[in-house]
Design a protein around this ligand. Structure first.
Ligand code: HPA
Ligand code: ZN
Length: 335
């Protein structure tokens, strides 16, 4: 199974670039930028990666991102993740980035987007991994602030495919961002959002009805509401599930209790993703490996999950078909 997963062609659809920041790289970049971090060694950073809810994690995550200053910092961070994609046979990835985490500290939007997008272009050429970008608004900040970010992004519109919504969910419902999502769609971005990770089913409803999202990040709590499940299926919207993130943040207490299989049985379209791999104990393949073991998933299930990852990617149909054909050939040979 491990071998089957490692070589399975797949896409990653839920990944925060700031969440790929491995301690060793963080230490290196902090040093070259002469930024003091409250850790003396890589080991101390690793030891600090302990949290049991979304907010505790976010506090550490935003602090880590604060050493990113120059374009080549964003380039190195992104390229390092894309190298891991190549090794894992992630053929395509949809990368979220949080501009406000950086612009708030005085880093220019241009610095962030240029560093990330240059790494994506190089990875396409050198590693054969395709990618696109999702600009995520931080929901703990105001809608006005999100509007400012939208405006900053417009000169770089050709480099950004979609908008997302992340950070502290509880108390920051999708309705808070209705207007900026409407404006983002008008600007040509595809709307996506985290919903139902810590928030309840009503947040998922709002994300669907008010933000008009085309994919749900997490969505675990959609299971609270049978009517909502029906609606998600009817609209043919996928859920990007992150098993190791769910246990790290105690959205699910044990992988054995993870609702993934139940979701599949209900007819929901789900995908497997790493969310913030440097923080949650594994890249995307590790997520596949551990959830396979915990729920005793079959090769057919794994094939379904990988298939969804291409099917629900924000790619044109022709490109999707190329990846789906590659997956099909693989599955026929190794199942
Ligand atoms: N949830 C909300 N915000 C985030 C996450 C997450 O899992 N990861 C990075 N920002
Ligand atoms: Zn996430």
């Amino acid at each position: 199974m491990k071998n089957f997963i490692e070589n399975l062609p797949k896409a990653e659809l839920h990944l925060h670039i700031e969440g790929t920041f491995e301690p060793a790289l963080m230490f290196k970049i902090a040093k070259r930028n002469h930024i003091k971090i409250p850790y003396k060694s890589v080991k101390e950073i690793e030891d600090a990666y302990k949290f049991d809810c979304l907010q505790d994690f976010l506090d550490i995550y935003y602090q880590g991102a604060s050493v990113l200053i120059n374009e080549h910092d964003f380039y190195d961070l992104t390229y390092s993740y894309l190298e891991k994609c190549a090794i894992q046979n992630v053929r395509h990835t949809e990368i979220m980035f949080d501009p406000q985490t950086h612009t708030e500290r005085g880093v220019a939007f241009e610095t962030v987007i240029n560093g990330i997008s240059k790494a994506c272009e190089d990875a396409k050429d050198k590693l054969g991994v395709s990618s696109l970008l999702i600009m995520s608004y931080l929901r703990h900040l105001s809608e006005k602030d999100a509007f400012k970010t939208l405006k900053q992004s417009l000169p770089f519109k050709d480099k950004i495919t979609a908008v997302g919504l992340d950070s502290s969910e509880k108390g920051n419902p999708p309705s808070k961002f209705k207007n900026v999502f409407e404006a983002s769609v008008k600007a040509g971005y595809i709307p996506l959002a985290h919903a139902g990770e810590e928030g309840n089913a009503d947040y998922v409803w709002e994300a669907l009805d008010l933000l008009k999202i085309k994919r749900i990040d997490h969505g675990n709590n959609a299971l609270q509401d049978p009517q909502l499940i029906k609606e998600i299926i009817k609209r043919d919207i996928a859920l990007t599930i992150c098993p190791l993130s769910n246990t790290a943040l105690q959205v699910v207490s044990d992988l054995k209790d993870h609702p993934l299989k139940k979701m599949m049985a209900l007819g929901l379209k789900v995908t497997i993703n790493s969310d913030d791999p440097a923080y949650f104990g594994g890249q995307v393949n590790q997520n596949y490996i551990e959830i396979q073991k915990a729920l005793n998933l079959s090769k057919q299930d794994l094939y379904e999950l990988a298939k969804n990852s291409f099917q629900y990617a924000l790619l044109d149909d022709k490109t999707k078909q190329i990846y789906l054909d590659e997956l099909e050939t693989y599955y026929e040979k190794y199942n």
